[in-house]
Ligand binder design. Structure first.
Ligand code: ATP
Ligand code: MG
Length: 222
């Protein structure tokens, strides 16, 4: 399962778990993307933080692992290179690539798209409110799975931290604590577009944006 994981949230974890169950997978390898200076016009949190949050989030599941493959690979990372590398590392394994269904149409534009479908079976998990246009997508080698995915996105989690709203229960507890410990997504470090989104939402809600972090929950530890 590839992703920016900025931060990893329960939508990712529920999807991975549901796909693992439905397709009888042995394990799910989370592959955080490498250092991309910008994603959809926003600055992405350093890879090491995103990697560590993913490790924290998956630590309790013996069938979830996290790979440093893309973050350690110099230069821009392509999914095709990751799948080729996994094939080399796990000869004989059947590979499945788990992604949000919203990303599937983009895959057609990815590097060596034709070969991608032969390296792995693609599973598009549906997110709330998303209907998939299958135009141009292959008939075989691709499955769609509806998961009880919650309407959680990393974008919303970041905006909530900027806003001083809690992200408890949207992301695993350890990730809440990691974000607080390292001051991630705080207003002073917030990315320009996240701040813009917060302002827009505050205006819509008729509320004033707050900047304080939520109080630490009782028993949350450090
Ligand atoms: P952002 O809001 O920054 O784009 P994101 O929440 O989409 O972040 P990514 O790291 O981009 O998270 O997602 C990794 C993969 O997980 C993508 O394929 C994405 O479509 C999928 N995904 C993200 N959130 C959910 C969710 N709530 N349910 C199911 N799939 C999800
Ligand atoms: Mg996304």
């Amino acid at each position: 399962m590839g992703g920016t994981f900025d931060p990893v949230h329960h939508g990712h974890l529920v999807s991975a778990s549901e796909v693992m169950e439905s397709f009888s997978l042995d394990e799910v390898i989370f592959v955080p993307t490498g250092e991309q200076p910008f994603k959809e016009h926003r600055r992405v949190t350093p890879a090491e933080h995103r990697y560590l949050m993913t490790v924290v989030a998956t630590a309790s599941n013996p069938r979830f692992t996290v790979s440093r493959m893309e973050i350690d690979r110099p230069g821009k990372s392509y999914t095709i290179d990751t799948l080729r590398e996994l094939k080399r590392q796990l000869p004989g394994a059947d590979l499945f690539f788990i992604t949000g269904a919203d990303v599937l149409p983009q895959i057609l534009t990815w590097k060596d798209a034709d070969e991608l479908w032969s390296l792995a079976h693609f599973i598009g998990v549906t997110r709330p409110g998303h209907t998939l246009d299958r135009t141009g997508l292959p008939e075989t080698g691709l499955s769609l799975l509806e998961v009880p995915a919650m309407a959680i996105s990393s974008t919303d989690c970041r905006a909530r931290v900027v806003d001083g709203k809690p992200v408890w229960y949207l992301v695993p507890d350890g990730v809440v604590q990691y974000i607080a410990k390292h001051g991630l997504y705080r207003p002073e470090t917030a990315r320009v577009d996240d701040v813009a989104e917060r302002r827009g939402r505050a205006a819509n809600e008729g509320t004033t944006a707050r900047t304080a972090l939520p109080p630490r929950a009782v028993g949350a530890g450090q």
